[in-house]
Design a binder for this molecule. Structure first.
Ligand code: RAM
Length: 360
């Protein structure tokens, strides 16, 4: 009974519907709940859906962390789209996912350089606000992607998938693997990360359901999207909780490091691991029996949608207000949801049966 319901959830997720329209009720990865208002400048000016797409713009990408393969793929997606649109791409950003002040300086740099738009993945929901508001005041369009700031500090947020779906399905994926029983832990990224913290809230909500009464979340650990710290945190979790049965790591850096630790330990195949990873990072651990299933969206599509949204904003086709629609090239038409959230679509669940079909 339980298993079949999970399979259904898995099958629904596996159907990659990247053209899915933004569902206004999807929630996105935003912590704020400012009903029916878009992002910052949604009220400033009116959208002209028929305005020509501007060329020769410059869009700056500012990921959480530049040396993270996930962001390399995402930002390349943005670069490719900008090239196609006749605009320029640049990327700046810190090398650590906990360098919040570094991110603030990069926002200021992009503002001084008078880029037309910036796409930012926020390490912390509030820390960038003052700098982003200054950019907005200077006429720069601001989109967040992957990890949001507060809605009033950007025009729109490109959400990878519904935050609720991501949080709840990760719990379901793990529960199925450990037969709904035992102690579990979460290995997250930075303690301030908007996206991971929102997903974790939904994981906790999912765990309140009576079907998880025999599962207990014993700890949330933070590996800061650093391979070594994430590896050590996994080791620490197993020392502290020798009865641990499963780990959810909703970060591509964390899940890879945890898989690396488990696969070289006596816990391989016994302590279950799921979360968000890239197929290329995780292939080896799926094939050697360390990991059964995990999920992710296509980061390149996320970057592409961020770039296309930035250009649509800078061209005046949208302002970030709920209900506005725009054409995102071959990705199809998107609609802006509540709080200026644009949802990419459904994530994909990867396992031994399909992992070789993906290369990112
Ligand atoms: C890491 C980052 C990123 C997150 C992915 C799943 O690369 O924390 O923000 O979206 O994992």
């Amino acid at each position: 009974m339980r298993k079949s319901s999970i399979r259904r959830a898995g099958a629904a997720l596996a159907a990659v519907t990247s053209l899915a329209l933004a569902a206004t009720a999807c929630g996105g990865t935003t912590k704020e709940d400012v009903k029916n208002e878009g992002g910052a400048a949604a009220s400033a000016g009116k959208a002209d859906p028929n305005a020509a797409t501007k060329k020769g713009l410059t869009v700056g990408f500012l990921p959480k962390q530049v040396n993270n393969p996930y962001f390399t793929v995402a930002d390349r997606g943005g670069e490719k789209a900008l090239k196609e649109l006749g605009s320029a791409y640049k990327e700046v950003g810190p090398s650590s996912a906990t360098d919040t002040s570094g991110q603030v300086s990069y926002v200021n740099t992009l503002t001084q350089q008078q880029v037309d738009a910036m796409a930012v993945s926020a390490q912390d929901p509030g820390a960038l606000c003052t700098a982003l508001k200054q950019a907005l005041r200077g006429g720069i369009k601001v989109v967040t992607y992957d990890s949001d700031t507060k809605p009033e500090c950007r025009n729109a947020f490109i959400s990878q998938a519904s935050a609720e779906d991501l949080g709840r399905t990760e719990v379901r994926l793990l529960a199925e693997q450990l037969d709904y029983r035992g102690e579990i832990a979460i290995l997250s990224a930075a303690q301030t990360a908007t996206n991971q913290n929102t997903w974790i809230e939904f994981m906790k909500k999912e765990l309140e359901d009576p079907e998880y009464k025999d599962m207990k979340l014993v700890k949330v650990a933070y590996g800061n999207d650093d391979a070594q710290q994430s590896f050590q945190q996994t080791q620490g979790l197993l020392q502290e909780y020798p009865k641990l049965k499963g780990i959810i790591s909703p970060t591509t850096v964390g899940i890879k490091a945890a898989a690396q630790y488990l696969s070289g330990s006596k816990y391989k195949g016994k302590v279950k691991l799921t979360g968000l990873g890239t197929p290329n990072d995780m292939r080896k651990y799926v094939k050697n029996g360390t990991v059964e299933a995990f999920e992710l969206w296509d980061p390149a599509k996320l970057g592409e949608l961020a770039a296309r949204t930035a250009v649509a904003l800078a061209s005046g086709q949208i302002t970030g207000k709920e209900g506005e629609t725009f054409k995102a090239g071959a990705m199809g038409e998107y609609t802006i949801g509540a709080n200026g959230v644009i949802a990419l679509g459904k994530p994909t669940v990867f396992d031994a049966g399909n992992i070789d079909e993906f290369d990112f």
